[in-house]
Structures are given as C-alpha cells and as structure tokens.
Design a protein around this ligand. Sequence first.
Ligand code: PNS
Length: 166
Amino acid sequence: MRTAICPGSFDPITLGHLNIIRRAAQLFDKVVVCIMVNSTKTSPMFSIEERADMVRRTVGKYPNVTVDTSDGLLAEYARQFEGAVVVKGLRAASDFEYEFQMDLINKNINPQLETIFLTASGKYTFLSSSVVREMAKYGADLSGLVPDEIKSDVEIKAKQWRRNNG
Ligand code: PNS
C-alpha cells in the first residue's frame, strides 16, 4: 500500500489544493492530507481545527483520502507511514526554490522521505490561500477559487474580520 502525504497550511483550502489532492488520490492507494503549522505564516485566518474541518468536508467524496493535523515536523510525522511519499504542488519557479529547500531540510531529518511534485493545473497557477484571504477581506466573490463546501465559511470569517478591523 503506497501512501501520499499532502501537507500544507490550507488556510483555507483552495481549488488548486483540491486539484493536487484529487490527482494524488488517483496515483496513490491512500492520501493523507495533513494540516500543519508553517511558522513563517504568523496570522492565520482559521484555526487548525477549522481548517481540518473544511478540508474534511471538501475531500469527503474521495474514498482513499483522509485528513489529519500535526503541530510537529513533517519529516517526523511521515515516519508512521511506511514508504510514504510527500506530494506537493508547484505553481511557478518561485515555488520550486522554497520547496527544494524544504525537501533538503526534510531529507536531513528523515533521509528515507521522498517528495514528488505535481505541476499545478494552468487555471490555478495564480491561486493561493493568501489570494483567497485577501479577496475575501474585500468581500470579493470566491466562486472558482475555493470549493463550494467552504465558501460560506470563508465569507463569514472575512465578515468578522471586516467588523473587527473597521
Ligand atoms: O501550505 P504551506 O504553508 O506551503 O505548507 C508548508 C508546510 C506546512 C508543509 C511546512 O511549513 C511544514 O512542513 N511545516 C511543518 C514543520 C516542518 O516540518 N517544517 C520544515 C522544517 S523546519
């Protein structure tokens, strides 16, 4: 049984993330989407639990995909799944530099851990969680950016943000 781990902060999950998860689910027996902490991203819109709940509702239609959370290191987390591979999406060359460094750090901790990259679908190369957060804060329409299952979660959270930030 070959397992793929799709790690990320998913704050919130976008259609670009979902595209990578769906394709990983076609390539691997099992996919674990793991919501993790990215310590460079300091003011999250959603708590880890809220993000996990949104991802669960979104990937419910894929029978071989499960959702987990971890506040530890990815390279340590992966040890529990024998032969697991990390799967990440690449949108642009700038993503590659960061991901290449992450892979080197992870391999330094866990030399068995391989990361493979799926190139983002052309229609999502511009899309990121930070773009979604920004658009939501301005009340923009999120159709085509986030899964329908979580659109209202993001709209409600953005409304709260607008109330608190005048
Ligand atoms: O969606 P993101 O923010 O690009 O995902 C990055 C993430 C969460 C996968 C990365 O920050 C991560 O692996 N966090 C867990 C802690 C860790 O292992 N950091 C790398 C070594 S310092």
